[in-house]
Design a protein around this ligand. Structure first.
Ligand code: C2G
Length: 127
């Protein structure tokens, strides 16, 4: 079984997130999503509208997602890859190159971001 992992806040879930999760799942058989805790979002200078618990509930309802774990710091990725026997790490290409250190532990894939949508755009458009 080929296991895939990806990380993110996934706030105000939108079709760009779904297309990322869909493509990540297509790379393997099992997709783990590490979702940023509210505390870690503060470290990322992000303020999520939905709490960690609600973002987790929403992600667990997505057909492409097999497991959701918390992302609480920048340092946990190598351990996550080991603990979950991950074969492929996936991120949108806005992060291209940032996680190449994981190539010693698993395949690293950066997928093109979906243009025309973002949580920030949703917030701005609603203002
Ligand atoms: N994404 C995308 N297209 C968009 C918006 C987001 O493909 N229009 C992707 C991002 O590239 C990322 C994932 O969806 O791979 C989640 O996006 P965010 O919730 O914004 O994640 P981010 O805050 O970048 O967190 O340790 C890594 C960080 O936790 C990543």
């Amino acid at each position: 079984m080929k296991k895939v992992i990806t990380y993110g806040t996934f706030d105000l879930l939108h079709w760009g997130h779904i297309k990322l999760l869909e493509r990540a799942k297509e790379l393997g058989d099992y997709l783990v999503v590490a979702i940023s805790t509210d505390e870690f979002n503060r470290l990322k200078h992000k303020e999520a509208y939905h709490s960690f618990e609600h973002r987790k509930l929403i992600l667990e309802a997505i057909r492409y997602v097999d497991e959701v774990i918390p992302e609480s710091d920048w340092e946990q990725k190598i351990q996550d890859v080991k603990d979950h026997n991950i074969d492929i790490f996936v991120m949108g290409d806005d992060w291209k190159g940032e996680f190449d250190f994981l190539k010693d532990y698993c395949e690293v894939v950066y997928l093109p971001r979906t243009t025309g949508i973002s949580t920030t755009k949703i917030k701005d458009d609603l203002r």
